[in-house]
Write a protein that binds this ligand. Structure first.
Ligand SMILES: [Zn+2]
Length: 346
């Protein structure tokens, strides 16, 4: 194995992302892992799995980190630490926002305090959706990053780095992730596409994998969530009705396109619906330049709705705006048709 081929296990068997894998392997081999990393890049391209891989390698008792061989760093898979499922390892904490919510300060403080008690051991904190930290939570984290407790590695993940404080950027080392090339993408999603028919989106050419690669922008995570969503809606025909605003004259009924999951809150279900509309819009995109521009505009509007929901906007108002967007209203029309207070996220 060469330096350019660190073990795939190092980073959770994530396909693609070789520059990220090589840079982490080098840092680990030289024993110079940074105390905080910021994993950035599109949704669903393996950032979380990759971060979990770093955490596993870090917590492994037999880890070869610091031994100088980048091709050989990674969890041994056999020691006591490796036998514990990552989520229940006492040296590991995950912080993530509930769907449609934010990471609060208490969550950040609890994790840091709990891990600080285990000084001497190697520990890892994973913050998924770091951009969804409320300001007090981000500031509490920042204080810790300014004087990092020895032995703790922070792994921040975000698809929206611009939403993070500049001071968090400056105190973390960035690991950029990219969309997957067609071949890696196909390998990852193959198990999910066996009985899927997306010919309505294929413009007559291209198999399911290449149609999905285009719609999901090379993100297997987006592709699998889209497929699950289409199935939940009752198939592509029905899902496309949603995208075309069928039923949008009764905004409250739009959420019924997506049956609730067990114990799912209305906010979480709403969040899932918005994500689906966002992903699905790229499937509806036609070759016509005007239509393409509209698709882009719609995706931005829906992204704003997702942010607004996370910021506390009510599900009723979100549905109201979504209905207008689905019926073809432009950003200006949406803004004009609703009182300014509707956009307040308080
Ligand atoms: Zn191990």
């Amino acid at each position: 194995m060469s330096i350019d081929e660190p073990r795939l296990e190092l980073c959770g068997r994530v396909l693609g992302q070789d520059p990220a894998r090589v840079s982490v392997a080098r840092a680990m081999a030289s024993g110079r892992l940074a105390h905080a990393y910021l994993l950035t890049g599109p949704e669903g391209v393996g950032k979380r799995l990759f971060a979990e891989g770093i955490a596993r390698a870090l917590l492994c008792a037999q880890s070869t980190q610091g031994k100088g061989d980048p091709a050989d760093v990674g969890p041994c898979g056999a020691c006591r630490a490796c036998a514990i499922p990552l989520e229940s390892h006492p040296g590991y904490r995950v912080l993530e926002a509930p769907a449609g919510g934010a990471i609060d300060i208490a969550t950040v403080r609890d994790a840091i305090t709990a891990l600080a008690l285990r000084s001497g051991d190697r520990r890892a904190v994973l913050i998924d959706g770091a951009d969804s930290m409320a300001d007090p939570a981000a500031n509490a984290l920042l204080k810790t990053l300014e004087e990092p407790p020895p032995g703790i590695v922070f792994l921040l993940i975000t698809a929206r780095p611009a939403h993070l404080l500049a001071t968090i950027h400056s105190r973390t080392q960035r690991i950029p992730f990219t969309a997957l090339d067609a071949l890696s993408f196909e390998k990852v999603i193959e198990p999910f596409t066996a009985e899927v028919d997306l010919s309505a989106w294929s413009d007559g050419d291209g198999d399911v994998a290449s149609v999905l690669h285009r719609i999901a922008g090379g993100s297997p995570g987006v592709a699998t969530r889209l497929l699950a969503g289409i199935e939940a809606c009752g198939g592509l025909l029905r899902f496309r009705e949603l995208l075309r605003g069928v039923g949008a004259e009764r905004p409250a009924s739009l959420i019924d396109y997506l049956p609730a999951l067990p114990k799912e809150t209305v906010r979480a279900r709403m969040h899932r619906l918005l994500e689906l509309v966002q992903y699905g819009s790229w499937g509806e995109r036609s070759a016509d330049p005007d239509a393409r521009r509209e698709t882009g505009e719609r995706a931005l509007l829906v992204a704003e709705l997702i942010r607004g929901l996370g910021g506390g906007r009510s599900t009723e108002i979100t549905l109201e705006i979504l209905a207008r967007v689905l019926r073809g209203a432009s950003a200006e029309e949406v803004a004009r048709s609703l009182p300014r207070s509707f956009f307040a996220t308080g």
